[in-house]
Design a protein around this ligand. Structure first.
Ligand SMILES: NC(=O)c1ccc[n+]([C@@H]2O[C@H](COP(=O)([O-])OP(=O)(O)OC[C@H]3O[C@@H](n4cnc5c(N)ncnc54)[C@H](O)[C@@H]3O)[C@@H](O)[C@H]2O)c1
Length: 305
C-alpha cells in the first residue's frame, strides 16, 4: 500500500513509518520539522517537508494518492498546550479536520488517527480505563486530541471515510525528546548517562501506563487491515511507578546517583492505566516489550548518539 504518515519525522510517527516499510509498504511523510528531525524519518520513506496546513500538503495528497493516511502530526506537549491553547487548537484540531477533509476529497481508504489515552479521559473514575469511560479532558491538549477524534468520526458519517482511532498510553523509546508526554523516561535516561541526579515528583508512587514505542507502531500496522470505524486504547493495562522507572533505568545505565525527591506536581493524576482488551480482541494486538527491556533499548540508543 501507499501510506502517507503525517508527523513521520517525530518520535512515534517515525517508528510507525519504519514499521510500515518493514511490512513492505511505500511510505511518504509530511512533516514541518517543528519538533521532528530529518534524521528520524526513515531513509526509505519520501519526506515532504511541509506543514499540514500548507497548500503544499494538498499537492502531496494529489500527487501521492495515498491508500492510507496515518495522522501523527501534532503539537504533542501538554505543557505547551497549557501555555498556548489557541496554537494547540489550530495544529491539533484544525490540522486534523484538514487532514480528514483531504482524505475524504482524495478517496483515501482509511485514516488512522493517533489520539491520547493518557489525556482524553481526564481523571479516571475507574481503572483500568476502558474506551467506554467518559472523555473529560483536563488540559487543552487532551481536549484538542479528543476534538480531533470527533472530526474524524464526523467525516466518516458525512463522507464515508473509514478510520481507526488509537488512544495511546505513554509511549517511550529511542528518538523521544525529553519534553513529550512520557518524557520522564528520556529525561531520566539522559540524566543517568551524564551522572546527573533525577528529580522524582512527590513520593514517586504515582503509576501511569508506559509502553514501548515499537508496540505502538505494530498497532498501526494491524490497523491497515483491522479495526474499521473503531477506537482502541493502546497501553499495557497496568501502571508503572516513577520509582520503578527510575530503578529500571539505573539497572540499564549502571548509574548509582541517588534521586532527589521534589514536591508533587499540582493536578497530576496519581493512578492511570488503560484497558486494552478491545485491541487484543479485534486486532490481535498486545504489548510484547516489557518495561525493563524497553528501558534497556532506550538506553542503548542514547549511548549511540
Ligand atoms: N508520545 C506519546 O506518548 C503519545 C501519547 C499519545 C498520543 N500521542 C500522539 O502521537 C503523535 C506523535 O507524538 P510524538 O510524541 O511522536 O510527538 P513528536 O513531537 O515527536 O511528533 C510530532 C511530529 O509532528 C510534526 N508536526 C507538528 N506540527 C506539524 C504541522 N503543523 N505540520 C506538519 N508536521 C507537524 C513535528 O515536526 C513532529 O515530527 C501526536 O499526535 C501525539 O498527540 C503521543
Amino acid at each position: 500500500m501507499r501510506i502517507l504518515v503525517t508527523g513521520g519525522a517525530g518520535f512515534v510517527g517515525s517508528h510507525t513509518a519504519d514499521a510500515y516499510l518493514a511490512a513492505g509498504h511505500e511510505v511518504h511523510i509530511i512533516d514541518n520539522l517543528s519538533t521532528g528531525r530529518r534524521t528520524h524519518a526513515p531513509v526509505d520513506a519520501v519526506l515532504h517537508e511541509t506543514d499540514i496546513h500548507a497548500v503544499e500538503a494538498e499537492r502531496v495528497f494529489r500527487d501521492v494518492r495515498p491508500d492510507i493516511v496515518n495522522h501523527h502530526a501534532a503539537q504533542a506537549s501538554v505543557k505547551v498546550s497549557s501555555g498556548d491553547p489557541v496554537r494547540d487548537l489550530e495544529i491539533n484540531v484544525g490540522g486534523t479536520a484538514r487532514i480528514a477533509r483531504l482524505c475524504a476529497e482524495h478517496d483515501v481508504g482509511k485514516l488512522i488517527y493517533a489520539s491520547s489515552g493518557g489525556t482524553v479521559y481526564g481523571d479516571p473514575t475507574w481503572l483500568p480505563v476502558s474506551e467506554q469511560h467518559p472523555c473529560v479532558p483536563m488540559s487543552p491538549y487532551g481536549l484538542s486530541k479528543y476534538s480531533g477524534e470527533l472530526y474524524v468520526e464526523l467525516f466518516s458519517r458525512t463522507h464515508g471515510l473509514d478510520f481507526t482511532i488509537f488512544r495511546y498510553g505513554n509511549a517511550f523509546g529511542p528518538r523521544q525528546d525529553p519534553y513529550g508526554e512520557a518524557g520522564v523516561v528520556a529525561i531520566f535516561a539522559a540524566n543517568m548517562l551524564a551522572h546527573r541526579p533525577c528529580t522524582i515528583d512527590g513520593d514517586g508512587e504515582q503509576r501511569k501506563d508506559y509502553l514501548y514505542v515499537s508496540d505502538v507502531a505494530r498497532a498501526n500496522v494491524l490497523a491497515l487491515d483491522h479495526g474499521s470505524r473503531q477506537i482502541y486504547n493502546i497501553g499495557t493495562g497496568h501502571g508503572t511507578s516513577v520509582n520503578e522507572i527510575f530503578q529500571a533505568l539505573q539497572d540499564a545505565t549502571g548509574d548509582g546517583t541517588p534521586p532527589v525527591y521534589g514536591p508533587p506536581r499540582p493536578g497530576d493524576v496519581r493512578n492511570f492505566w488503560l484497558d486494552c482488551s478491545r485491541a487484543r480482541q479485534d486486532l490481535g494486538w498486545k504489548p510484547e516489550v516489557t518495561f525493563e527491556e524497553g528501558a534497556r533499548r532506550t538506553v542503548s540508543s542514547l549511548r549511540l548518539r
